[in-house]
Design a protein around this ligand. Structure first.
Ligand SMILES: NC(=O)c1ccc[n+]([C@@H]2O[C@H](COP(=O)([O-])OP(=O)(O)OC[C@H]3O[C@@H](n4cnc5c(N)ncnc54)[C@H](OP(=O)(O)O)[C@@H]3O)[C@@H](O)[C@H]2O)c1
Length: 328
């Protein structure tokens, strides 16, 4: 398993990262704190050395306790912080009615970074993403603010999540971007259009929701009645129509998996790992066996021809997935 590099920052990470969001947020009730810490630690024990969190990954446990993902990550990895890279974010907070507040005003960025340092229990954030673009603040202003935080020694490298080319270029011109964190999976490939820009500017692609929120791991045939607070209940791939339209993909993925002696989840990750050496998927899981299964995808080799064949097949499919770009 060969490490990957976060663009021009030179920071090395495991070829897959562990997405910490799901222990607190978006998958129904948050796990109780002791279980959440144990799950994050399971990911470390499985071999992950790259962890993804955010201030917006807040949740509530079944008994009404607030689950602060950054705090849990900081506590779970407390004694191994020098062995891991922890990425966190700014620019999105959650309003009391659960709607999102998107703001990257300089003062808010600085305040968020201060609180993240405290929650994570670190002196410096190794990778800081802008979580969502705030159209009321120019990219040069955001990049300049991050640059100041770097000069102050509080941030080592930065990235932007759900970014487009124009914004990326403008931000990068002020302060070099190490990584983007955009949605990418076999069902959500529209950001592949950024590959030439990433190669030109030496920027890594951290792929979030790499299994289409679990769909590609085989959750497609499960009961579609998700619990309250489980965002999958609102995702098109999990509607009866979405499942129906993905049947061809599921069959294709199963056949590929059988041919390679792998699982569908592993093929869905190996495809992107073999597509570009700078793609770093960050699947989430609450299950240690699946964490190991996912990490082992880094050892599966798909040739450039096999990756091209998969992309050609995917091109021919009409899929529904959260994100709204018709799956391409
Ligand atoms: N920057 C952003 O805006 C943004 C947005 C969304 C997510 N993210 C990051 O990306 C990470 C992952 O994204 P995600 O949770 O949305 O989607 P994901 O990783 O595509 O899917 C996670 C789901 O897949 C299931 N799963 C994982 N491995 C599996 C396997 N081998 N077989 C079957 N099922 C499997 C998990 O279930 P079990 O727990 O039961 O294994 C979980 O329900 C998050 O934790 C977060 O850090 C970032």
């Amino acid at each position: 398993m060969k490490n990957r590099v976060l663009g021009s920052s030179g920071i090395e990470v495991t070829p897959l990262g562990y997405g910490c969001m799901g222990v607190s947020h978006a998958y129904g009730d948050a796990l109780p704190a002791d279980e959440a810490r144990a799950v994050i630690r399971d990911a470390y024990d499985a071999g992950y050395r790259f962890f993804d969190t955010a201030p917006a990954y807040l949740g509530e446990t079944a008994d009404g306790q607030v689950s602060n993902n950054e705090v849990l990550v900081g506590e779970a990895l407390d004694d191994v912080k020098d062995e891991v890279v922890i990425a966190t974010k700014f620019g999105v907070s959650i309003n009391p009615d659960r709607s999102l507040n998107i703001s990257s005003k300089p003062d808010e960025i600085k305040a968020t970074v201060e609180s993240s340092l405290g929650y994570l229990g670190v002196d410096r954030i190794q990778l800081l993403y802008q979580h969502r673009i705030d159209r009321s603040t120019e990219p040069e202003v955001v990049a300049g603010t991050v640059s100041d935080l770097m000069d102050a020694g509080l941030v080592e490298a930065w990235g932007i999540s759900e970014v487009d080319e124009e914004y990326l270029r403008r931000a990068h011109a002020v302060c070099p971007v190490a990584a983007i964190e955009n949605r990418y999976s076999m069902m959500a490939r529209w950001h592949a259009s950024l590959f030439p820009t990433l190669e030109e500017l030496d920027i890594a692609y951290v792929a979030f929701s790499p299994m289409a929120n679990g769909f590609l791991g085989g959750h497609f045939d499960q009961n579609l009645n998700f619990a309250k607070g489980d965002y999958r209940g609102d995702m098109p791939q999990y509607t009866p129509e979405g499942v129906e339209r993905a049947k061809e993909l599921v069959e294709y993925l199963n056949a590929l998996a059988e041919a390679k002696g792998a699982t569908p989840a592993q093929i869905s990750l190996a495809w992107m790992l073999c597509e570009k050496p700078y793609i770093i998927p960050i699947p989430g899981s609450r299950n240690p066996e699946r964490m190991r299964e996912n990490l082992a995808a880094a050892d599966i080799v798909l040739t450039p021809q096999e990756v091209a064949d998969i992309n050609a097949q995917l091109d021919s499919m009409d899929l529904m997935v959260f994100g709204g770009h018709a799956g391409k």
